[in-house]
Ligand binder design. Structure first.
Ligand SMILES: [Cu+2]
Length: 387
């Protein structure tokens, strides 16, 4: 049995343009900071999960809904919607009352996959305020020590992976956050994001490591790092209200699952390669990606065919992330007027929302929903490991 304790708190998010935005988030401990997204929940198929929620907000009840999980129990009965005395729907599930109220949910995940969890109380306000996170359900036969059983969907499902990343999309309209923080009304139809986030961060903060000290409320980075030929599992989850075309620049991914369902119909493999994956609001996608270097193999590491320069992180001074060499692991000549910023010949490809107004921070490029896929000549085995 897994037990997960979450505290609802407030705090201030940091954006790369210097803004500081009031938010609500889940915290993994009574003394720790609220965070966006909430702590990753990583659980086992068939194992009972209890989530205890403690709500420190002074005025708002808060609940959690677990899309894709059923039944969810509260105190020995099914979780059920909550209404105020006037009969208005307040929550889609039993909630923790404001000012240190508590609630416990219990469920047993039947299927492996990637799922969201989020507030079911005033969700038009509480979810954009930051009360969301992701639930990863490991298949029952998951064994990270056995390559055939280190999978997203179980032995024999062709979803083996070497490293895995969880990228959760979201949007921030600071007007909403400010209004909530100041107790002012806010018209939801006027929702107009100024920031678009991956794991609660805007580019270029997205490429920083996990748990950098200056981003206490945004602990998860979203740079996808791997070695040539490795199978890299990217779990995408759309926690916001908008749809985002996520584009792993210059690379195809194989889509193997969606909404916690393996893309397979009996014996028929329904997985397929895509250049851009549209992450719908509330959807999840599981992608397996391998960078093969257009001919790279460990036996024949050089020369690779040079990736198209338009697909690499090459740009104005300050935005070149490429040594100019086709030889992974070495540095070479670079195009005239660009500067090398990589450390040991690695390749960087952008991973970004292909609606390009979303790769800005309040109108300024670069920013927003953008990260990098980095292919290194060597990398620690600990990189790309979820708890
Ligand atoms: Cu692109």
């Amino acid at each position: 049995m897994a037990t997960i304790d979450l505290w609802v708190k407030d705090g201030y998010l940091s954006t790369p343009d210097g803004n500081s935005i009031y938010f609500w988030g889940f915290s993994a401990s009574p003394d720790g900071p609220a965070q966006v997204p909430g702590p990753h929940m990583v659980v086992q198929q068939g194992e009972q999960v209890t989530v205890n929620l403690m709500n420190t907000l002074p005025l708002e009840p808060v609940s959690i809904v677990f899309p894709g999980q059923w039944p969810v129990w509260v105190g020995g009965r099914l979780a059920r919607p909550q209404y105020d005395p006037a009969g208005n729907l307040v929550s889609f599930a039993d909630h923790a009352p404001p000012d240190r109220g508590v609630i416990s949910y219990t469920f047993t995940p039947e299927r492996p996959g990637t799922f969201l969890y989020e507030s079911g109380t005033h969700p038009h306000k509480q979810v954009p305020m930051g009360l969301y996170g992701a639930l990863v359900v490991r298949p029952a036969d998951y064994d990270p020590a056995d390559p055939a059983r280190k999978t997203a969907y179980g032995f024999g499902t062709d979803t083996e992976f070497d490293r895995e990343y969880l990228l959760i999309t979201g949007e921030i309209d600071p007007e909403l956050n400010n209004a909530v923080g100041e107790g002012r009304p806010y018209l939801v139809p006027r929702f107009r994001p100024r920031y678009w986030t991956l794991n609660g961060r805007c580019a270029p903060d997205t490429i920083l490591p996990d748990r950098v000290p200056h981003l206490p409320h945004q602990p998860y980075g979203s740079m996808v790092m791997g070695l040539p030929g490795e199978k890299i599992l990217i779990r995408l989850a759309g926690a916001g209200v908008d749809n985002h075309p996520v584009h792993p620049h210059g690379n195809h991914v194989r889509v193997v699952g969606t909404d916690g369902r393996l893309l397979r119909n009996d014996g028929t493999d329904l997985s397929g390669r895509r250049f851009t994956v549209l992450v719908g609001a509330g959807q999840t996608w599981d992608l397996v990606f391998s960078w093969t270097g257009l001919g790279f193999t460990p036996e024949n590491p050089i020369p690779t065919v040079l990736p198209n320069r338009r697909n690499l992180g090459v740009g104005d001074a300050g935005w070149t992330l490429w040594s100019g060499s086709p030889y992974l692991g070495q540095k070479g000549d670079i195009p005239v007027a660009v500067v090398s910023f990589n450390e040991f010949g690695e390749y960087y490809f952008m991973l970004h929302a292909h609606e390009e107004h979303k790769i800005t921070n309040w109108g300024e490029f670069p920013g927003g929903m953008m990260s990098m896929i980095a292919i290194y000549p060597s990398l620690s085995p600990a990189v790309g490991t979820l708890p």
